[in-house]
Every structure is written in C-alpha cells, then in structure tokens.
Design a protein around this ligand. Structure first.
Ligand SMILES: Nc1ncnc2c1ncn2[C@@H]1O[C@H](COP(=O)(O)OP(=O)(O)O)[C@@H](O)[C@H]1O
Ligand SMILES: [Mg+2]
Length: 373
C-alpha cells in the first residue's frame, strides 16, 4: 500500500447473525479523491462506513484509514476522519456555535484552535447567518451544513459522509454539493448516496455496492459503459421546405437524418424522439465503449446540417444497477444458503457469525456512540 492510499478496505465482511451485510468488500480511495459510494437501500453502505469510522467491527477483512488499522489503531483513525452519519445526531437545543464548540471539545481542541477552526468551517459551510440560532429552528439543509461543519472542525484530511443529502430538497441538495465541492478540493471524501446524479455533480469516481458486494468501481463513464448500453441524443434542425438556413442546407425529413445516423459505425439502433422544437431528434443506442460523438458530429457537419444537440445520454442509476446486478438480485445473503435461495443450516461459516456477537453489542449503543463522534 502506498502512502497515497487514504482509505483501504480489503475483503471486509460483516455478518449479523446468519445475515451477510457485507461480503468481502475491497476498494481503495486515494489522496484528494472525491468518491461516490453508491448503492440501493440495504446494500451495505452505512455498514462499510461504520467499520471505517471504528463504530462497528468487521466480521472479517482489513481496513486502514490514513495508514492506520481501524481495529488496532482506532485513535489515529478517528483523528484523521470527519464523519457525518446518516442520521446526524444534532442537539436541537444548542445553537450552532455551541454545537460546534461541543464537537470541538469532544475532539480536545484548545480554545485558540477552536476559534480559528470555527471561523474556517463557518465560512466553508456557509453558517455565518445562523450561528446564534438554535439548531431546532434550522431547515434540513442548514442542519446538514452544521453536520458537515462538525465533521470538519478538527481539520481532518478525510471525510466520510453517509447519505448527507437524502432528506434535502433539490435546492438544498445543490447547495450542499456546492459546499462539498469546495471542501473536496483539499480533502479525500467518501460520499454515500443512492442518487447517481449527485455523484455526477460531485465525484469523478464511484464505487457501487449491491447486496453487500462491490459490483463496480471506477470513473463514472466507465461504469456507465459497463452497463453495456451507451445512448446518445442527437437533434438536427428541421426545415419544412428543405431550404437553407444561414447558408446551411437543412434536411427535409426525419428519414433522411435517421438514415445518416444509422450509418455511423457503432450505432446499433436509431429511435426517433418526440420533439416540440423545429428539430429532428433521435436516440442512438450503441454497445461500444468508444465515444461515437466525433463521428456523429462529422456525419452531420459533412451534410452541412445544423446540429442543435449532441450528448451521451446519462443512464439512470436504475439502468446501471439492473445490468450490474442481474442474477445478484436473487442472491441469498443468508450464510450457508444454497445459491438458488433455499436456506440451509449455517455450516462452515458458523464460527465466524458466532464471533459477531461481540460487535452486535457495539451496535446496540451505536446511536450514542455516533452522537459522541
Ligand atoms: N444492527 C444490524 N442488525 C441486523 N442487520 C443489520 C444491522 N445493521 C444493518 N443491517 C442490515 O445490513 C444490510 C446493510 O445495511 P446498511 O449498511 O445500513 O445498508 P445501506 O446503508 O446501504 O442502506 C441491510 O440489509 C440491513 O438491514
Ligand atoms: Mg445507509
């Protein structure tokens, strides 16, 4: 492992009794990366993050944060991390400044350091206007920003944020992600979400988990291409009379445009899209990883037509998931279950799940623990 690896997970497993919440999860996050940790509800995102932040212990595997083992060296791990849990425990009766002071006290920051850090986090999280307001008076959006400020108070190099935007309205989401973008310029960030759009706006890379396993890990474009279906949307200016527009020849019919597009190498299917504008719009399907946009552009330009729009269509997370988790959907997460989903006696892994009793105790006061983070 190089020193550049800030978060390292190798074969992390977590069993709750006979249930496999995490199944040999491995990944690395490097210095300065802002990584989206994507997955549907129940995939194992929070479980992974709780292991990385030392709130629960894994049943198996290794995790290191900033080079320190989460198991053997929890103290330096916690010092290196800012953590915003999924349900951030805010003390509603405190005002924002008091809450930040409380968070700083838990981190043993001295008065001078606190003042300096408070100025900085208030600025980067946009809290100046609400500093003396009780947290109970704040909107969800502001509350999450307070949660973010609390995670940053000790100036950690790594931030772990568990679905920080899931309860926010679209404006609040956008604002939160803007703050995060600034913060991510100088820190390593792992952000969990089930919203691909969010990852697209804030992260360059994503790790996708499904049913306790990593099903994809890489740059977003690669992940989208992995789903086997790349779509393009193309629209070309229409002309009723086939006349010229500022010297350009305009196509007379949909068929003419469709014909041309279907001849571009790599295009598998051309589907007409409804459009209100004076345009011919099409969706192109391609199975290739290669980017077809240059060829599409050239084909249209060579005809002298006016290209109004050309983009690789963003696939929804659902599309990507459906493809990445085919078959996995039916995967039984019960230890000892046969692959077709029938449950059996837990056998060879029985010992491992028995060990888990210890960490289940940890979980029972987890809320309290997280409140103290
Ligand atoms: N303390 C627990 N006891 C039993 N099962 C749990 C516990 N915590 C989580 N799980 C289960 O583990 C799976 C993964 O949960 P979680 O990591 O919270 O998923 P996510 O954060 O991706 O929604 C879920 O099926 C959840 O029900
Ligand atoms: Mg969760």
């Amino acid at each position: 492992m190089t020193t550049d690896v800030m978060i390292y997970a190798q074969d992390l497993s977590k069993h709750y009794g006979s249930f496999r919440a995490l199944d040999r999860v491995s990944f690395e996050v490097r210095r300065g990366e802002v990584v989206g940790f994507l997955g549907p509800n129940g995939a194992g995102k929070s479980t992974t993050m709780r292991i990385l932040t030392c709130f629960i212990s894994p049943t198996g595997g290794t995790a290191r944060v900033h080079g320190f083992d989460v198991f053997d060296d929890p103290l330096p791990v916690r010092e290196s991390l800012g953590y915003l849990p999924q349900r951030a425990p805010l003390y509603l009766e405190m005002n924002v400044y008091e809450y930040l002071r409380f968070a700083a006290d838990l981190r043993h920051l001295d008065g001078e350091t606190f003042k300096k850090r408070a100025r900085s986090v208030v600025e980067v999280c946009g809290l100046a206007q609400v500093l003396t307001k009780d947290i109970r008076q704040l909107s969800h959006g502001y509350r999450q920003r307070v949660g973010l400020a609390q995670a940053l108070i000790h100036d950690p190099p790594i931030l772990i944020l568990d679905e920080p935007t899931s309860d926010l309205d679209p404006n609040e989401k956008a604002e939160f992600l803007d703050y995060l973008k600034q913060i991510g310029k100088e820190r390593t960030v792992m952000l969990s979400t089930h919203n691909l759009k969010e990852v697209e706006s804030a992260c360059a890379r994503a790790i996708i988990v499904s049913r306790g396993r990593v099903v994809a890990d890489g740059p977003l474009d690669e992940i989208r291409a992995k789903s086997g279906n790349v779509r393009y949307v193309v629209s070309v200016q229409e002309s009723a009379s086939g006349s010229a527009y500022r010297g350009k020849t305009l196509p007379a019919s949909n068929a003419e445009v469709s014909d041309l597009l279907s001849k571009v190498a790599g295009v598998r299917k051309v589907t007409e899209l409804p459009t209100d504008e004076r345009a011919h719009a099409f969706e192109l399907a391609s199975e290739q990883d290669a980017d077809l946009r240059p060829e599409v552009f050239r084909a249209v330009a060579d005809k002298g037509w006016v290209l109004l729009e050309l983009h690789r269509d963003t696939q929804t997370l659902e599309d990507v998931f459906r493809h990445l988790t085919i078959g996995d959907e039916r995967r039984n997460r019960t230890i000892g279950a046969s692959p077709d989903g029938e449950e059996e006696e837990a056998s060879e892994e029985e010992e491992e799940s028995a060990e888990d009793t210890d960490s289940d105790d940890d979980d029972s006061d987890e809320e309290g623990d997280e409140a103290k983070s």
